[in-house]
Design a protein around this ligand. Structure first.
Ligand code: PMP
Ligand code: GLN
Length: 395
């Protein structure tokens, strides 16, 4: 019997993260590709999970999420952004940011609706939009150049995309894969356009705690007029270095949470109850135990270490304002095909990276970059640096 594959998923292929991680494993390469820490999450969150299991918090959580976790998320918004959030109606807990994104798109767009995304874009957005029957409307982010210190977009191109009256825009800040942190001025423009065109926003803020060099993370939802039309998505995976737990959350007005829950209740219904409890404890403790400062300090050190390693072997790096990835310009070494380069680097040099063209719906004209993840122990980065030194002799 030939395999059956419904049309709605037939074009999805295999994610680049799965492909490169499998290749890294097969070839014994150091995996700087898929974004996940190779160090443990903090003791206080692991202990809270073990305690929750021992205390028999092991049956289904309520569909919208554990009350304690929803209260902790609401308290965080009040503390960090001065916004009073109704934990019962304005917060929903999901199985990772991945589920929240998919639920939100399934619940908020009709077949044929246009959805703006900035490209390069995190790889789940286009399949999620497609699954919901929507049409992705990519707006390019351009790499830094002599007149732009960081990744940037062309205001005229964004305005032109909005003239197609999109139902929704997805904004990811800090941004994967570029490390761009959207400025308040850029977000103001997006906010103005959303309001002029009656467009909703989904923001993906999973890297909100990783903004370097004294920069600030600004949630789009905190700009005037935006709360009512924005769902802000986050995940404990990045913040607490527990990507395998898959605890995500969506914050926004009741009407958008209600819509998201319509999908969530049939996709997963509820997510792991002891892990929700542990994330609640972590969100309660982190602001008072210095965790966020330590996290940022450690990541700054890892960023510098990997930047130096790449530069030393002749791979120029692009500036990183946030998140945990560095883009390196592989054109400098004479490479013109980033997929071929990343496969070669994994199999021959023993270091895995992700080709940036994988983050474009149409990679024609995409910059020639490889994305390296620095959510790694310094020893891992040093070991990768040693292997990368062979680049000189192998080219
Ligand atoms: N959004 C972005 C930008 C990501 O990088 C990731 C994954 N690392 C996710 C969403 C998915 O998050 P989760 O693992 O919580 O599903
Ligand atoms: N977000 C991670 C990355 O960008 C990967 C997550 C996944 O494998 N789906 O590398």
């Amino acid at each position: 019997m030939t395999g059956r594959l419904a049309r709605r998923v037939a074009g999805f292929g295999t994610t680049i993260f799965t492909e490169m991680s499998a290749l890294a494993l097969e070839r014994g390469a150091i995996n700087l590709g898929q974004g996940f820490p190779d160090f443990p999450g903090p003791a206080f969150i692991k202990e809270a999970a073990a305690a929750a299991i021992a205390a028999d918090i092991n049956q289904y959580a309520p569909m919208p999420g554990s009350p304690r976790l929803r209260q902790a998320v609401a308290a965080q918004w009040e503390r960090d952004y001065g916004r009073a959030v109704d934990w019962q109606r304005e917060v929903t807990i999901t199985s990772g940011a991945t589920e929240a994104l998919c639920d939100a798109l399934l619940a908020l767009i009709e077949p044929g609706d246009a959805v703006i995304i900035f490209e390069p874009a995190y790889d789940a957005y286009v399949p999620d939009i497609t699954l919901a029957g929507g049409i992705p409307l990519p707006v390019r982010l351009y790499p830094p150049d002599p007149t732009h210190a960081t990744w940037w977009f062309d205001e005229a191109e964004l305005r032109a995309a909005f003239r197609r009256n999109p139902t929704l825009i997805i904004v990811n800040t800090p941004h994967n894969p570029t490390g761009k942190v959207f400025t308040r001025a850029e977000l103001r423009l997006i906010a103005e356009l959303c309001q002029d065109h009656n467009t909703l926003a989904i923001t993906d803020e999973v890297y909100d705690r990783l903004v370097f060099d004294g920069g600030a993370h600004v949630p789009l939802a905190t700009l005037p007029g935006m709360w009512e039309r924005t769902l802000t998505i986050n995940s404990a995976g990045k913040t607490f270095s527990v990507t395998g737990w898959k605890i995500g959350y969506a914050v926004g007005p009741a009407h958008l949470n209600q819509a998201l829950r319509q999908a969530h209740q049939w996709v997963t219904f509820a997510t792991s109850s002891p892990l929700q409890e542990a994330v609640a404890v972590a969100l309660e403790q982190a602001p008072v135990n210095g965790y966020y400062c330590d996290l940022l300090r450690d990541y700054s050190e890892r960023r510098t270490r990997l930047q130096q390693a790449l530069e030393t072997v002749g791979l120029p790096t692009l500036p990183v304002e946030g998140a945990y990835f560095i883009s390196a310009d592989i054109g400098a070494l004479g490479y013109t095909d980033d997929r071929a380069f990343c496969r070669w680097l994994t199999t021959e040099i023993g270091v895995a990276a992700i080709p940036t063209s994988a983050f474009y719906s149409n990679p024609t004209g995409a910059p020639n970059l490889a994305r390296f993840c620095f959510a790694k122990r310094l020893e891992t980065i040093d070991a990768a640096a040693e292997r990368l030194a062979a680049l000189h002799t192998r080219l």
